[in-house]
Ligand binder design. Structure first.
Ligand SMILES: Nc1ncnc2c1ncn2[C@@H]1O[C@H](COP(=O)(O)OP(=O)(O)OP(=O)(O)O)[C@@H](O)[C@H]1O
Ligand SMILES: [Mg+2]
Length: 378
């Protein structure tokens, strides 16, 4: 019994949101790209980044990883999270965060100068838009001047939570462009779901050139396997090779699923190993946990037509054209136009995958856990 609890407490896996994994696997190309952009910013050619990826693909984790690396290299980093808030509240909170993190005492000085408390707690106070912008500009300017020959990297996680993300990004861009003239090195890094630029109609063009996208996908097979086997090395628990292989396949390289499946597999270890038999039970527990945490809420907010259409898409493992899916849905009494609409909405939310194929896309549910959940719906 004591051995069991020891094993439990030593579980190295970290299923969750914004929780740093035991081993950050992969992401070398994205990291190299970001570091090259920061280096160019330092040399006077600022480059900004939009880190785009589906839910739980590892955006927050990667921002935290980048922050560590940049800080180790001597750069100044401010990492903030956006919330569902207005553009002005967002900018005010950002100004407060920049001031607090690069502050080291100067917040008080700024208070005296502009007669305002720019602390994060105050960010919710309504302030005129112009004042908010000025605060952010001042905070950035100060933050950037604190480091000698280093860059101020300002990261905003989940920027698409802001009520009007396009407005917020345009404002950041305007402030950054103004600051170019003052010769200070600032790089913005914002994260969002892949639909970010699609949702910003008018300003799409300039924004996508300013916040150059880096798209985060699932981990490749070998990277996914490493995310499991390396953290295990120090625990005295081993997973059979075919269990590792199965976790990699079931997860499709999605890091949240990897952590979840490996976490429950670890807990099911018998005498230090996990073979297929133990994993079968662990899988059911992991699946129940993901269903409860993620799928149930997703399902409950779907419109009836969306539920039917997503189930039609999931009923075949091969990708099908919208024409084929429309034909199958007609048999359930759904008009083709309604099916097409549902397909677009489901794809935009990342619940189904659209494989671009000329004009007409092909659709599938690649997520094996979600597919299983859908199969189990009455
Ligand atoms: N490169 C990686 N290697 C191993 N595990 C990872 C990696 N990236 C993320 N994870 C794990 O995956 C899970 C989800 O990561 P994270 O919260 O960073 O994703 P996200 O894209 O920010 O998700 P959200 O949609 O919740 O904002 C966490 O448990 C994290 O520890
Ligand atoms: Mg996140």
């Amino acid at each position: 019994m004591s051995q069991l609890s020891q094993t439990r407490s030593a579980n190295p896996f970290r299923p969750g949101s914004g929780i740093f994994p035991p081993l950050l696997s992969g992401r070398e190309p994205e990291t190299a790209m970001l570091e090259a952009r920061v280096a160019r910013t330092r040399e006077g050619h600022p480059q900004h980044t939009a880190l785009l990826g589906e839910w739980a693909i590892g955006k927050t984790t990667l921002l935290m990883h980048w922050r560590r690396r940049l800080e180790a290299a001597g750069d100044r980093v401010v990492l903030t999270m956006a919330y569902p808030q207005s553009r002005d509240d967002f900018l005010a909170a950002l100004a407060g965060a920049v001031a607090a993190e690069t502050g080291g005492g100067w917040t008080t000085k700024l208070d005296l100068e502009v007669g305002l408390d720019v602390g994060v707690a105050e960010a919710r106070l309504r302030k005129p838009a112009l004042q908010v912008e000025k605060e952010l500009r001042t905070a950035l300017q100060r933050g950037a001047h604190l480091g000698d020959h280093h860059t101020l990297v300002v990261m905003v996680d989940d920027v698409d939570l802001v009520a009007t993300p396009g407005d917020a990004l345009l404002q950041l861009r305007a402030i950054a462009l103004e600051l170019y003239a003052t010769d200070i090195a600032i790089a913005f890094v914002v994260s969002a779901s892949p639909g970010l630029f699609g949702s910003i109609r008018g300003a799409h063009e300039p924004l996508v050139r300013f916040f150059e996208p880096v798209t985060l996908g699932p981990l490749a097979g070998a990277e996914a396997a490493e995310a499991i086997t390396k953290p295990l090395a120090e625990t005295g628990v081993a997973f059979d090779d075919d269990v590792v292989k199965e976790i990699v396949e079931l997860s499709g390289g999605r890091p949240y699923y990897l952590q979840k499946l490996a976490y429950f597999a670890f807990d099911a270890a018998e005498r230090g190993t996990v073979s297929r038999a133990e994993f079968a039970a662990a899988f059911e527990r992991a699946f129940a946990s993901v269903s409860q945490e993620i799928f149930a809420a997703r399902w409950s907010v779907m419109a009836p037509v969306e539920r039917q259409v997503v189930s039609v898409v999931a009923s075949e493992t091969a990708a099908r054209s919208s024409g084929e899916i429309e034909a199958a849905a007609v048999r359930l009494g759904i008009r083709p136009a309604a099916t097409r609409q549902a397909l677009h909405r489901l794809a935009a939310r990342g619940h189904i995958d659209r494989l671009a194929n000329g004009q007409r896309g092909r659709y599938e549910v690649r997520d094996r856990l979600f597919r299983r959940y859908l199969e189990l719906q009455p």
